[in-house]
Design a protein around this ligand. Structure first.
Ligand SMILES: *Cc1c(COP(=O)(O)O)cnc(C)c1O
Length: 374
């Protein structure tokens, strides 16, 4: 049994992907070849967003989005501590200060009441120029984007929506990618839509931001006739390569089917485990992309041990929240301000939920957890 079974998926799309790779090998436009443009058009249509700029990774996508807003030293950016390190790493990398905010116990996503308090505290403190919020859709479930956006708008803050784990998810009939003023995702192999290497994308309806991100992606190139050798700003090498774009187009064809499969598996977990552990909440109007299935239990370590003994893969996302990591010692809002984050770190465990999980394997996982709980 595998936590993410890329073999089973490959068997389904092998011909499609080998043909796509061969096409790229034939024309050899490895950087910004035609497949990149095709994939970006497909993403636009899929998410219903005006502009898509594909990127070298989810982390580069986040970085470029913050760079487009000119984030730097003296600026404060609010982010959850209960997330993958990349979400807040990019804030620190730009010399800005991360201000952590706690998450909601039921959804694992940013708590809007705590967000308002945190904004007020930072404003009263007057040390930082508060610029924006990074909202994460943890484990595939969208955050409460309308509420977060309303609060952000009131305080003239931008919302960067980190949909690295929720690509394909929906909130009030809108796809992840359209949430926030700008959104970023990752195509890391184990994400809901994964490539065969690193990849990511930036999404926005704002033409000006899109132009800036596109420039940053290519060393800050200009838009004039001097093209790539005119440098109007400092940028990076942030491009998705052509081979990965070709592979992603192939996988996008079966992606909705895979999301349906994940939902079926999630429904079974819920039905079978709801009485023994805390299963994840999906509020009305939300659809998760189920990048992982994360349950909570005070007996987490016992469950983990029992799963290990039965050769069942599991994972703890995230055992050490960012505010307790040495790399974030300069960040604000940590310490005892994040009680839910600290509690979740002790109680969560993520189970396999890839689309090709076999029914008997899922039953084995469920039975093992029931045995562990006793
Ligand atoms: C995976 C992930 C990222 C980073 O994506 P990479 O493609 O690995 O750089 C950012 N944010 C979150 C929430 C993630 O899960």
């Amino acid at each position: 049994m595998k936590f993410v079974d890329l073999d089973a998926q490959f068997n389904l799309v092998e011909k499609e992907i080998r043909d796509a790779i061969d096409r790229v090998l034939a024309h050899k436009q490895f950087i910004l070849g035609p497949e990149v443009d095709v994939f970006e058009q497909e993403l636009k249509a899929y998410c219903g967003v005006k502009h898509v700029i594909s990127a070298a990774s989810g982390t580069d996508a986040l970085l470029m989005a913050l760079m487009a807003y000119g984030v730097g030293p003296g600026d404060g950016i609010i982010a959850p501590s209960f997330t993958f390190v990349a979400t807040a790493e990019v804030i620190q990398l730009l010399g800005a200060t991360t201000v952590f905010v706690d998450v909601d116990e039921a959804t694992f996503n940013m708590d809007s009441a705590r967000l308002e308090q945190t904004i007020q505290t930072v404003k009263d403190d007057r040390k930082l120029n508060l610029k924006g919020i990074i909202a994460v859709d943890l484990f595939g479930l969208p955050a409460d984007h309308d509420t977060l956006q309303t609060i952000a708008d009131q305080h003239r803050l931008f919302v960067l929506s980190d949909v690295a784990q929720s690509f394909g998810a929906e909130y009030k009939n809108k796809k992840a990618g359209v949430f926030g003023n700008i959104a970023t995702t990752s195509f890391f192999p184990s994400k809901p839509l994964g490539c065969y290497g690193d990849g990511g994308a930036v999404f926005t309806d704002n033409q000006e931001l899109a132009d800036i991100v596109e420039s940053i992606r290519f060393h800050g190139k200009g838009h004039g006739s001097a093209g790539q050798y005119e440098n109007v700003r400092i940028g990076i090498t942030g491009r998705l390569d052509t081979l990965q774009a070709a592979i992603l187009s192939g996988k996008l064809k079966i992606f909705d089917q895979e999301l349906d499969q994940r939902q079926v598996i999630a429904d079974i977990y819920r039905r079978e485990l709801n009485d023994v552990v805390i299963t994840p909440t999906t509020p009305p109007g939300y659809r998760s992309s189920w990048s992982v299935y994360t349950i909570r239990s005070a007996k987490r370590d016992k469950i983990r041990q029992q799963l290990n003994q039965n050769d069942i893969p599991s994972a703890v996302y995230y055992p050490l929240p960012l505010h307790r990591q040495p790399a974030f010692k300069n960040a604000l809002g940590g310490g005892k301000m994040l009680p839910v984050t600290d509690r979740l770190a002790d109680e969560v465990i993520s189970l396999p939920i890839h689309p090709y999980l076999q029914p008997d394997d899922q039953m084995k996982i469920i039975d093992t957890i029931k045995t562990a709980i006793g």
